[in-house]
Design a protein around this ligand. Sequence first.
Ligand SMILES: [Zn+2]
Length: 396
Amino acid sequence: MTKTPTLTRTSRGKRYPRVLGSLGGVRPGPTFVVIGGIHGNEPGGAEAVLRVVEALRELEPSFRGRFLGLAGNLAALECRRRYLDQDLNRVWAAESVASLRAQEPERDSFEQKEQRELIAVLDDLLDKHDDVLVLDLHSSSAAGAPFSCMGDTIRNRRIAFALPIPVILGLEEAIDGGFLDWVYRRGHVAVAVEGGRHGEVRTVENLESALWLSLVAAGCLLANEVPDIELHRRRLSNATAGIPSVIEIRHREKLVLEDTFEMVGDREYRSFDVVHKGTLVARRNGRDVLAPETGRLLLPLYQGQGSDGFFIGRRVRPFWLALSKWLRRIRFSRTLLLLLPGVHRHPTLPDAFVVDPRIARTKPVEVFHLLGFRRRRWEDGKLVFTRRNEGTPRVL
Ligand SMILES: [Zn+2]
């Protein structure tokens, strides 16, 4: 374990080093990367990593693989702001990364400087190792139970489903240019965990528990090597009691920079609160926003910065998950899709389908979701569906 530099407090936030801790195991295994505080007003993630780093340093377990704990947006963490120039969790689309690589470093914005440093730390590691797992720790402006989200691939499911917290499908895909997107594109496993409200002690505790259990799920540690493993399991199970184990995003209230937005209600909403279709939930640019469908409210926005007002999700029953897993394993899933009326292969993009909504009489969205095609956009009056690359089979 490398020594963590001394942390100095500033008037607002805390100054974190980029590398919060690292460990090179003597035994073979995956490369486990955890990042906290990619949003500067979410230091809970970095604190959770520091707790685990401290414990690993004391325990000196026979770690399988390698461990790397990182802090995300150092400048914003010091100012306790989500970001300074740009959201560091929205700048990882292929074009953005390519233009950053081509840009002179002197021209970098605050976040581009952070991004350049993160790329420098991770580039080689993502290239040279087959089995990298990235855990991305967050907190939110609203209260509510912890949960995980991920690009819906079978390999990501394996880690996310091992944690006793709800898995939200379609949330990660709703975000353009997310950090995990970059990791997926490199063919690795990546899962994000939301621990609860910013600044609460239990948020740090939830994130710490999720990190320990992920290390076990990844095979880096055995359950009996983690002190208080049962406490970590119980803590997360208790925090999420009564919430469906898998929820799929049905609606995203996307905001643009100029929007004014506030949640409206006789009390503050929490993530996972049930809202009914037609209920007044927010006000945007002075206009009422009604819930477009009945479901679970997620990540209602109670802070100034942010590009999503709220999300609404709905329970996914285990049968559909099992069916989708099976369908993805069989070789004919793509051929089956082409049997649907109005569905064609995309002329240029691999693993993409074009749906003509005038011809497709069935509900194509549901069918495509089931097979992991959760990203859609319009192209010449037709819907184009794409999905996360499952990547080449790896250890994880
Ligand atoms: Zn965040």
